[in-house]
Structure formats: structure tokens, C-alpha cells
Design a protein around this ligand. Structure first.
Ligand code: KIV
Ligand code: ZN
Length: 538
């Protein structure tokens, strides 16, 4: 929450009674402390480092949608992409720069003119553009990757920053693989790029090699040895190969880092990046321990996490801190008993603080358009008329089979409908014959324009049969690379949500589908991946 946000007692007391005067006093004290604490800038790189996950590629409109949500979340910087990587990414970063207002919009460039030109072309339309330049600094990067000596690499860094400065006042410089770089040399590079005009210096733990004590120490020693760092923003960027990305970022904050680079759900190369939601909630829940805060609107965290997971088609593990399905559910009897007596016994944060709504109101197939509209607006969705009609039709379809539709079901329906690709083939119906002593058989009907196409196929199981049948109808074979199925809510009649990643040709396409019937959810997800393939091929 920002300093001007509404009074929130949970900040002070967790589950205390809002009418408690003592609580108000504590809260005022807390807010005074917060005013005096250091602001940590949140640099979100979900759209760049996060997007480097295989199969998670976003198109322009998906990037814009996530970027708008990141702005609502209150991040300070959005790294929208790597414009030189493809003309499509350049256009996507350009669109984000022109349409998303509030945060600084950054684009990544290697330390070469052609990359810097592309970033400027992409971010120049932003109200607050930033060029982010990086170059390896460790000996292994210099010798094995760049084939340069230290001397010429410092010169290359300085030249790149000076070149970027001709376009843009705000230039960030990253010393790639900093945590494995010789300390004296790292100080030299940092000092040189600041004198060349860098406004932000970023220290990445590119390969996730650092451990917290050592990384915190590195940040403290850098501050001591490079006085020029006082004139710029000192940033860190940690990867999670040893599961320490958040711990390393926190150690860096404690030792003087002022910006953290992170991603939603910890998405990113290999084991991922530091998770935005974890860093933010640590600073909020353990504020006294760090004396630092962010301006993140934490109530937007859950929705952002869901959106990123759906659009990138990467499920969130159930036990993931802050946003996992089990993060706030108490299953043992002792814990449940404690929670019922007083939530503070086993809860250090409230689900509402991260935007998980506990609304018990449910809709049924007879609820009608007005009730659905009302519920959607309660959940924060504003839909165009045609979007609303699509959601309404799907809602009726699901509600026919699942009697009660709760908030999470509704969010799942809306988000899937809104993120659909143009459909070359539309799902019509499915029949399955399966059992433990027969070969499973699927018969599926799809529509293409006005034509109905029906076929049948067998498989190792009913899902395999359904996938084989879809391949026969669309006339294209793929390799299933990933398959995930989960229940959106608790209960036997829960809505199933399937996510797949399918290699078709030389590209991996993701797909998502939902239905009370898990085989149908899987078939819809598979078809969704094929529709992405066809949309991409036209
Ligand atoms: O991990 C890394 O070093 C990076 C840089 C480009 C900042 O992503
Ligand atoms: Zn990275």
C-alpha cells in the first residue's frame, strides 16, 4: 500500500477489531514509521525475463493487458521487453510505452548501438522512458562469451551508456553475472558507467549462485568502495537457481539496495527470478525488520498473479507463498481450531491483503444477466457488451452442469473468455467411452466456420484419445510437452482447469480450458493451443 492509501488496520494488528482505539494508535505509529522508511523501487521484468520461459511468449495485446495490470499494482518500472529480439517484440514494447501510463517503461539492450537504437524506437513514446543496457563482467563471460579483455569491456560499457544517453536521460546499466565478478573490477565498471551517465546501476546474480550473507555483503562493500553510487539508484536482480532469489534480494535491501528487479509468480529463466509478491509482502509484514517499504497496492497481487499465470499458461504451484492455492488454507484440525478462535494464531497476513476475496455469494443458471453483471463488477471486471455476452454464454453452459458458481469459478470463466485467440476451430461436443477393460474412445465434434466436423480416435486413456481425435480433425500432429489439471475450487463438483503446452512444428503453443468435466477441460485446452498455432500461421 502507498503512504496515501486508506487506513488499513491489518497493517498494524493483523486480525484486530477496527473499533479498537489502541489499534488506531499503533497504526498511526506504523504509518509514521513508514513515512520515515526507505522506499524500495519495484522494477517488474515479467514481460522480459519472465517471458523468456519456453512456451510463455506473449503477443502484443497480452503484453498490454499485463502492463496495464502492473500499473494498477503500482510497480515503479515495467521492463516491457527486449526490442532487438524480434520486430514483434519491438512493436509490443512500443504499444506498452504509448498506452500504459504511470510507471517508467524500460526496454533491454545489449551494449551495442543497434540494440540501443531499437530500445529507443520502442520506448520513446513513453512518458518516462528508460534504456536498460547490459554487458557481462565476470571473467567467464568476458573470456568465453564476449572474448574480450577487461579493459575493452569497460570501454564498451562506457560507450554504450554514452550512446544511450544521447537519446534518454534515464539509463540503467547491468553488470551481468556480477556475483561471480572480481570485486575490484566490478567497482571499476560501476564507477565508469556512473561517470558516463548511468542513472541506475543494477547488480545481477545472473546464474543464481549467490547466498544471502555474501550477496548482502557485496552490496554493502560496493557502496563503501564506489562513492559515486550515492548519486544513482542501486538495484539488484536475483535468479532462483538455488531457491535464494528472494532471500538474496532481501539481504541486498538490508545492505543498501534501493531497487529490486522481480517478476510476478517468480517467473523467469530456468528456476525463475525473485518473486515480486514475496518481496512486497515481506516488506509489508516484517516492515519493522527492514525499515523499508514499496508502493505496491497489495490487494492487486492475486489478480495479477492469476492473469500472468493464464496468459503465459504457466500454473502456480499450490504451495507457492502468497499466491498459491494453499497459501491461506488451513487443513489441520489444530490450526482450524486456532483460526476460528482468533485468526492471528496461525495467520500472519490476511487473504484480503493480497486481494483474495472470500465472498460466499454464488450464482446459479437462473441468476440472469443483471446478477452476473453485478457480481462481475464486484470482482472488478468491466466488460464490453460483446465480451459480456461471451462470458454470459459460457457461464450458462457451466452453470447448467455445476449448480453453484462462486467467485473463483467466475474469475476463471472471465479470464479464459477474455484471453481467447481467434478460433479457427470451435469446440462443439465430446463423447467418451472408457473403462478399465476397454480401449478408451473419444468422439469429438468441432465447427470450422459453419461446417461441423466429427471424428473419433482411441488412445491410452480418455484424455489421450480426445487429444488424438482433435489432431485428426484439425489435420496437424503435435507433441504434448506439458499437461496440468487442477480444480479451481474445493468440492466434488469443482470446475476443472487444464493447461497444456504442445509442440506444433518448431514452436511450443500453450492452451487453457475449463469445464466441470476434466476431459472436456483438457480437450478445450488442447484445441486452444491448436487455435494459437493457426492464428500464428495466418
Ligand atoms: O539475469 C541477468 O543478468 C539479466 C540482466 C539482463 C539484467 O537478466
Ligand atoms: Zn535475469
Amino acid at each position: 500500500m502507498g503512504l496515501d492509501g486508506p487506513l488499513d488496520l491489518s497493517e498494524a494488528l493483523g486480525s484486530s477489531n477496527p473499533s479498537d482505539l489502541k489499534g488506531c494508535e499503533i497504526l498511526k505509529e506504523k504509518r509514521k514509521e513508514k513515512r520515515m522508511s526507505r522506499k524500495i523501487h519495484v522494477f517488474d521484468t515479467t514481460l522480459r525475463d519472465g517471458e523468456q520461459v519456453p512456451g510463455a511468449k506473449l503477443n502484443k495485446s497480452q503484453k498490454i493487458e499485463i502492463a496495464h495490470q502492473l500499473a494498477r499494482l503500482g510497480v515503479d518500472v515495467i521492463e516491457a521487453g527486449f526490442p532487438c529480439s524480434s520486430p514483434g517484440d519491438l512493436q509490443a514494447v512500443k504499444a506498452v510505452s504509448e498506452q500504459v501510463k504511470g510507471p517508467v517503461i524500460a526496454g533491454l539492450a545489449r551494449a551495442v548501438e543497434q540494440d540501443i537504437d531499437a530500445v529507443w524506437e520502442a520506448v520513446k513514446g513513453a512518458d518516462r522512458p528508460r534504456i536498460h543496457v547490459f554487458l557481462g563482467s565476470s571473467d567467464v563471460h568476458l573470456q568465453k562469451k564476449l572474448r574480450r579483455d577487461r579493459e575493452s569491456a569497460v570501454q564498451m560499457a562506457v560507450d554504450a551508456v554514452r550512446y544511450a544517453k544521447r537519446y534518454c536521460e534515464d539509463v540503467e546499466y547491468s553488470t551481468e553475472d556480477a556475483s561471480r565478478t572480481d570485486f575490484e573490477y566490478l567497482c571499476r565498471v560501476v564507477d565508469a558507467v556512473i561517470h558516463a551517465g548511468a542513472t541506475v546501476v543494477n547488480i545481477p546474480d545472473t546464474v543464481g549462485y549467490a547466498v544471502p550473507e555474501e550477496f548482502g555483503d557485496l552490496i554493502r562493500r560496493l557502496r563503501e568502495h564506489v562513492p559515486a553510487l550515492d548519486k544513482v539508484t542501486l538495484s539488484v536482480h536475483c535468479h532462483n537457481d538455488l531457491g535464494l532469489a528472494v532471500s538474496n534480494s532481501m539481504a541486498a535491501i538490508r545492505n543498501g539496495a534501493e531497487q529490486v528487479e522481480c517478476t510476478i509468480n517468480g517467473m523467469g529463466e530456468r528456476a525463475g527470478n525473485a518473486s515480486l509478491e514475496e518481496i512486497t509482502m515481506i516488506l509489508r509484514t516484517r516492515h519493522g525488520s527492514y525499515d523499508a517499504h514499496t508502493d505496491i497496492r497489495t490487494e492487486e497481487i492475486y489478480r495479477t498473479s492469476r492473469m500472468v499465470s493464464r496468459l503465459m499458461n504457466i500454473p502456480v504451484q499450490p504451495n507457492k507463498a502468497i499466491v498459491g492455492a494453499n497459501a491461506f488454507s488451513h487443513s489441520s484440525g489444530i490450526h482450524q481450531d486456532g483460526i476460528l478462535k482468533d485468526r492471528s494464531t496461525y495467520e500472519i497476513m490476511r487473504p484480503e491483503d493480497v486481494g483474495i476475496r472470500q465472498n460466499k455469494i454464488v450464482l446459479t443458471a437462473r441468476s440472469g444477466r443483471a446478477a452476473l453483471r453485478h457480481r462481475l463488477s464486484d470482482l472488478g471486471y468491466t466488460l464490453e457488451d460483446d465480451q459480456f455476452e461471451r462470458v454470459y454464454n459460457r457461464f450458462l453452459h457451466v452453470a447448467d452442469r455445476k449448480k453453484e458458481i462462486g467467485s473463483q469459478d467466475l474469475s476463471s470463466i472471465v479470464e479464459i473468455e477474455l484471453t481467447k485467440v481467434p478460433e479457427t476451430f470451435t469446440f462443439h461436443s465430446l463423447q467418451i467411452m472408457s473403462g478399465n477393460s476397454m480401449v478408451p474412445l473419444a468422439s469429438i465434434t468441432l465447427t470450422k466456420a459453419t461446417e461441423k466436423l466429427t471424428d473419433a480416435a482411441t488412445g491410452n486413456g480418455p484424455v489421450d484419445a480426445a487429444f488424438a481425435c482433435i489432431e485428426r480433425i484439425v489435420g496437424q500432429q503435435g507433441i504434448l510437452r506439458d499437461y496440468d489439471l487442477k480444480a479451481v475450487t474445493m468440492g466434488k463438483d469443482a470446475l476443472g482447469e487444464a493447461m497444456v503446452r504442445v509442440e506444433i512444428g518448431d514452436t511450443v503453443y500453450s492452451g487453457i480450458g475449463t469445464s466441470p468435466d476434466v476431459i472436456e477441460a483438457s480437450a478445450r485446452a488442447y484445441l486452444n493451443a491448436y487455435n494459437r498455432f493457426f492464428a500464428n500461421s495466418h
